[in-house]
Design a protein around this ligand. Structure first.
Ligand code: IPM
Ligand code: MG
Length: 367
């Protein structure tokens, strides 16, 4: 049997450091669980710009289209702030999302028991929290036309367009309902139908798709009220579906509820390929954190959990994904912390690679 293929794009900042730990985990599954992957590596973001003058080379794009799954670290950094918008590191990531047509972005916000004290909210508000934000990822104001900075009379005007077709809304709604059906069967859709026509259409289409899921409890909320409710009592939600921009904001908000952005993975899924697997890219929710890059301070858990999502959603290895998630919980329960998980009282932090090694040891102990 040919091995499933993985393209690794570590990217910039802490990306390469956290990805080195994911590589240890991938190696472990190959050696100890007979789950070997055909792994290749390439550049994305600022490092790709440095080498090729573009944040995503066409060859890398082509490779991403062919593999069974892409695993990405992070892109960007202050070194690239003054670059032209068209070649900024983020454009590489956005091109991957768009050309692979990864319309459904799954962003779990889960509170690990060992870290409940770490949230800025009261412990009982966040303990046990487990919600999933499904963010539309390939349309909306991120990609709508017209866009640009234009001259109007004697001043400039900046324009972006929020645009959604019915089919774009319907497919992401369907993926959110499918997910909800495998969880608590509760879906909350967020838009601003009170001020935006695209929001009215969004609400309409989601309601229509919901008729195919009569067992699912569907609710609608304006996105601003949703932000408020997420901070007031997040456990009222199970799955949230929302557009690209609101999803960007709400997923950062939800991530922070859990105590650390360094803990959260994401999956970006598209239509099924010939193999039946969805087109897929997995990446941590956190960014490239240039301020701590190269110091062994980064938390590799979000990136490792992104690989767990790959095991579950691309490779049908839900049990092995759970094994990995449990190993991480074990390590946290033992008190191991990277620098980002240190409370104001301090303590001694384990390095990025120390955390990776501890997770491998916990995996060893699991078999
Ligand atoms: C995210 C990020 C990206 C986005 C940036 C890096 C382009 O914030 O994945 O949430 O805005 O989508
Ligand atoms: Mg974001």
């Amino acid at each position: 049997m040919t091995k499933p293929s993985l393209l690794i794009l570590p990217g910039d900042g802490i990306g390469p450091e956290v990805m080195a730990e994911v590589r240890k985990i991938i190696g472990w599954f190959g050696e100890r669980r007979g789950l070997a992957f055909d792994v290749s590596e390439d550049l994305v973001g600022g490092c790709a710009y440095d080498k090729h003058g573009t944040p995503l080379h066409d060859d890398t794009m082509a490779k991403a289209q062919e593999v069974d799954a892409v695993l990405l670290g992070a892109v960007g950094g202050p070194k690239y702030d003054s670059l032209d918008f068209s070649v900024k590191p983020e454009r590489g990531l956005l091109r991957l999302r768009k050309e692979m047509d990864l319309f459904s972005n799954l962003r779990p916000a889960q509170c690990f028991d060992a870290l409940a004290d770490f949230s800025s909210l009261k412990k009982d508000v966040v303990a046990g929290l487990d919600i999933m934000i499904v963010r539309e990822l390939t349309s909306g104001v991120y990609f709508g036309e017209p866009r640009g900075i234009f001259k109007e009379g004697n001043e400039r005007v900046g324009i972006n367009t929020q645009r959604y077709t019915e089919s774009e809304i319907a497919r992401v709604a369907r993926s959110a309902f499918e997910l909800a059906m495998r969880r608590d069967k509760k879906l909350c859709s967020m838009e601003k139908a009170n001020v935006m026509e695209s929001g009215i259409l969004w609400r309409d289409v989601v309601t229509e798709v919901g008729k195919d899921y009569p067992e699912a409890e569907l609710s609608h909320m304006y996105a601003d009220a949703g932000a408020m409710q997420l901070t007031r009592w997040p456990k009222q939600f199970d799955v949230i579906v929302t557009d690209n921009l609101f999803g960007d904001l709400l997923s950062d908000l939800a991530a922070m509820l859990t105590g650390s952005l360094g803990m959260l993975p994401s999956a970006s899924l598209g239509a099924p390929m010939a193999s039946g697997r969805p087109k897929a890219l997995y990446e941590p929710v956190h960014g490239s954190a240039p301020d701590i890059a190269g110091q062994g301070k980064a938390n590799p858990i979000a990136c490792i959990l992104s690989f767990a999502m790959a095991l579950r959603y691309s490779f049908d290895q839900g049990d092995e994904a759970t094994r990995l998630e449990t190993a991480i919980e074990t390590v946290l329960a033992k008190g191991l912390r990277t620098a980002d998980l240190m409370g104001p009282e301090g303590g001694s932090a384990v390095s990025t690679s120390g955390m990776g090694d501890a997770i491998v040891a916990a995996l060893d102990a699991s078999i």
